[in-house]
Design a protein around this ligand. Sequence first.
Ligand code: ZN
Length: 283
Amino acid sequence: MKLVRYGNPGAEKPGLIDAQGVLRDLSKAVKDIGPDQLSDEALAKIAQLDTAKLPAVKGSPRLGCPVNGVRKFIAIGLNYSDHAAESNMPIPAEPIVFMKATSCIQGPNDPVMLPKGSKKTDWEVELGVVIGKRARYVSQKEALSHVAGYCTIDDVSEREYQLERGSQWDKGKGCDTFGPIGPWLVTRDEITNPQKLAMWLDVNGVRMQTGNTKTMIFSVAKIVSYLSQFMTLEPGDVITTGTPPGVGLGMKPNPVFLKKGDVVTLGIEGLGEQRQEVVAFKL
Ligand code: ZN
């Protein structure tokens, strides 16, 4: 299933995209798409609905983040060997973990706002993983059964804040609008192998990133298992799993960063596409 939340920010309604690509309203069936709707049992109930009988939504409403109530937004750094190389960083022996502030989460097509004075705002297409069942000390073998589904994420990053302002990365990762998620939460039954998904990102129509989750250093199963040794993963937690090569910081001969008016488009095979216009800072 492809689950969505549509409508104005803060007032999104639950919906799904049917087999014909039609957006249908789910508000009669569920209150929202959030932690309480992500267990295997709750998702099975939605899957049993006769989609043809759900009301079709007119027009093309804005889409919000497809999961409400995200309590943790966890990210993995340098998880593609070719991206580690372009960043002139060694391949990590263990997953690099950092947190994105949940206040940066927004819809997949909402504008990305440059932080005040920012000169080094950058893009990163990433596979997002949404937890469906609490995970504590889970093995790699059982890890994927704790996943509700997958989504496209742009891990927007301010490189000066990330790399030149102290010892950890979080300052450059959680600015407002730096977490576009969606368009859909695609349930895990539709993604038979999360390690075989093509991904791409364009800036102003020019291809910047081309990758595939098959070149991840640490697989989704490994990441979920690994994180669950350090923190309890709760339903609705989102993990963004690292980016392939082609970020602005890695451009030769000189890095390229986003400026007002740029348009970023990105997508992952089976998980849908995003489009963000870059706008100037505004309080
Ligand atoms: Zn990233």
